[in-house]
Design a protein around this ligand. Structure first.
Ligand code: ME8
Length: 646
């Protein structure tokens, strides 16, 4: 049987993981678990992207070597995944030796085939995105001017442009290659312009944290060229000495990604594979993945949640408050895979209470407690099973079919909606059949049928929830005597409500999804204190006191988040001295790092250096806003750096 291989992007180690990373990973995990339920050999790859400018800058800001920094942060991504019960088969780090070997060998084979060349680039370069930007893109205003520098530089290039037509042909022949359809159209739009070649190196003199080019010691590999190859390393591929069985996994069934990295996958990655088809011996020619699925973004207050904006939701807090399975459930149930969605704690609470505490909780309670009270606490015979139960069977069959179809097409939200409907139908059935009335009139065969049908619906719902809420689903199943293997059979079965064994004891136990009336206090941001009325200044100083403070204009050259403090940014500021100063400023609540680069600010330059959360700050910026926090920075836009301010 062909294997099922699914991947997530590998995440940059320039900050701690957040809900966005959890999202893609949990979606892939649910798909992998669903595939495993059918007995299909399944492989699930995730990991971390560790080379390049962003990661190097983050490490430098913490005074750590890139490797030490990455070891620490990779562990925090692994911990996030463990916390969410993610069942990856490999967590690949791009600093792993087998990956570095694959990158080196791939570069060599493409070089030998004449698909790489060295040439001088003259033009715009975007510092934080690490991309070369055309004059046209600059004219179109696609990039913020402050982050662009003019560069003349020798580099190695991949002949990407020559695969443009092949890529277009592939997209035309495989309508599901890029999903959803709107993303496919975006890529087609992008490919209407001539496709340029891709710069795949960075001069070691400028950026040394990368895999060396095997044929030119002056360069390291561009981080995206290195990172994308992880998908092949992850199955044991190598251009000349692959592991046996790599082609059981490749091509991937699904490669999941956020819409932010659509072009790098649909264009760079795909053309890299096309080039490898040209350069590799027959045995290692990699096909194109079956589906590239670009999902939407979680936003907060209308903005993409991201490490650089600092508006992220902490996964750990949610897990602590609601449990891993409810967190997984919310992420996959709340928005359609492919669309954007707004994260709010209110929405989390509403969804949790409505679907899990109420609907599922009710069905469990009714099935289990009435069986315990009136039928000796064991799964009853089918008794006087009749038309209402048969109608429920029809319903269950349709649910199982819909669930499978939606999971297979990577639509977990629609799959879960089908389960919700089954649960609601089960509750409605109980309302209509009123087992309390049946019990009252002493009709045991009917009572048996109603309780058995209710428990069967409950068991089937638990089975279908297995890939989404693995821990809770197993606990739910255990209440009616089903182990995971039995649940898996039910999930993949016909849905004929015949999964339970009469006579098996049932356990009511504690509710698995207790109702939460309000969000736990730990997750709610503290209210802002009332501003104190402005008072007249009291402690007057003389001019000589003021003159002690040396102020100078400074241009912000770089800005990144402090790796260990949410409120702090770490800036490199040119104040007219030989080297820029590092200034740590408590302004992350107000500004994203990229908003600051290029601004000319006012710096106190004779403040004694001090350490803020482990990083030395060599000065201070002036800003407006009192105890309530920064409102705006004092800036002098037209002024060169290093001027005295008085
Ligand atoms: O791009 N909503 O890494 P990255 C939904 N290293 N998903 C989100 C999200 C959000 N607000 N924020 C992040 C990189 N993601 C590269 C990838 S692959 C060879 C190299 C998820 O750390 C989403 O999957 O910036 C997105 O594509 C990914 O995290 C980006 O993670």
């Amino acid at each position: 049987m062909d294997g099922f291989f699914i991947t997530t992007p590998i995440y940059y180690l320039n900050g701690k993981p957040h809900i966005g990373h959890a999202y893609t990973t949990v979606a892939a995990d649910a798909a992998a678990r669903w595939s495993r339920l059918s007995g299909r050999p399944t492989r699930f790859l995730t990991g971390t992207d560790e080379h390049g400018q962003k990661v190097m800058a983050a490490a430098q800001a913490r005074g750590l070597t890139p490797k030490a920094h990455c070891d620490e942060l990779a562990a925090s991504f692994q911990a996030m995944m463990t916390g969410l019960g993610v069942s990856y088969d490999r967590f690949l780090r791009t600093t792993d030796p087998d990956h570095e070997a694959v990158v080196t060998a791939t570069l060599q084979i493409l070089h030998d085939k004449g698909l790489l060349y060295r040439a001088t680039y003259e033009g715009w370069y975007h510092l934080s995105d690490e991309v070369f930007v055309t004059d046209k893109e600059v004219a179109e205003g696609k990039y913020e001017k402050e982050k662009l520098v003019r560069l003349t530089e020798d580099n190695w290039w991949f002949k990407m442009g020559r695969y443009q037509q092949a890529l277009l042909d592939h997209i035309a022949a495989n309508p599901d290659f890029i999903r959803p359809g709107m993303r496919r159209n975006e890529v087609l739009g992008f490919l209407r312009k001539p496709l340029n070649d891709l710069c795949i190196s960075r001069p070691r003199a400028r950026m040394s944290w990368g895999i060396p080019l095997p044929f030119d010691a002056d360069f390291v590999t561009y981080v995206w060229f290195d990172a994308l190859l992880n998908y092949l390393t992850g199955v044991g591929w190598h251009p000349t000495s692959p592991s046996e069985g790599w082609d059981q996994w490749w091509p991937a069934a699904f490669q999941l990604l956020g819409k932010d990295i659509l072009t790098t996958h649909a264009v760079y990655w795909t053309t890299m594979l096309l080039a490898l088809q040209e350069a590799c011996p027959a045995a290692t020619r990699p096909a194109l993945p079956r589906v590239l699925f670009a999902h939407g973004w979680w936003t907060m207050h209308g903005e993409k949640m991201s490490k650089s904006k600092g508006n992220t939701i902490d996964v750990e807090g949610l897990i602590e408050a609601f449990g891993r399975d409810a967190t997984r459930y919310f992420l996959l149930r709340e928005i359609a895979f492919g669309s954007d969605g707004t994260f709010s704690y209110e929405a989390f609470l509403t969804r949790y209470n409505a679907d899990l505490a109420n609907d599922l909780g009710n069905l469990a309670h009714r099935g289990l407690s009435m069986t315990a009270n009136w039928l000796g606490g064991v799964v009853p015979d089918r008794g006087a099973w009749g038309p209402p139960e048969e109608a429920l069977v029809e319903r269950a069959r349709a649910t199982v079919a819909a669930f499978a179809e939606q999971m297979d097409r990577m639509a977990p939200q629609a799959a879960l909606e089908a389960v919700n409907e089954l649960i609601r139908a089960g509750n409605k059935y109980v309302d209509t059949e009123a087992p309390w009335a049946v019990n009252k009139r002493g009709d045991v065969p009917r009572l048996q049928a109603v309780q058995r049908a209710t428990l069967e619906v409950f068991a089937l719902a638990a089975a279908l929830l297995l890939p989404i809420m693995p821990t809770k689903a197993a606990e739910l199943g255990a209440k009616v005597g089903l182990d995971e293997a039995a649940l898996a059979r039910l999930a993949r079965g016909p849905g004929d409500l015949a999964g339970l064994v009469a006579g098996t004891p049932v356990t009511l136990g504690e509710p698995l999804f207790p109702r939460h009336r309000e969000m736990p206090a730990s997750l709610i941001p503290a209210p802002e204190p009332e501003p104190a009325p402005m008072s007249e200044p009291t402690n007057l100083i003389v001019y000589e006191d003021f003159a002690k403070i040396q102020l100078r204009t400074g241009k912000v050259l770089e800005a990144i988040r402090h790796p260990d403090a949410d409120k702090l940014l770490v800036l490199k500021v040119d104040v007219g001295e030989a080297a820029p100063r590092q200034i740590v400023a408590g302004i992350a609540n107000k500004f994203a790092p990229e908003q600051l680069v290029g601004r000319t600010v006012v710096v106190v330059v004779n403040l004694a250096p001090r350490k803020l959360r482990g990083l030395e700050s060599q000065g201070m910026l002036l800003a407006a806003g009192g105890d309530k926090g920064v409102i705006e920075l004092a800036t002098v836009p037209e002024c060169p750096p290093g001027e005295v301010v008085r």
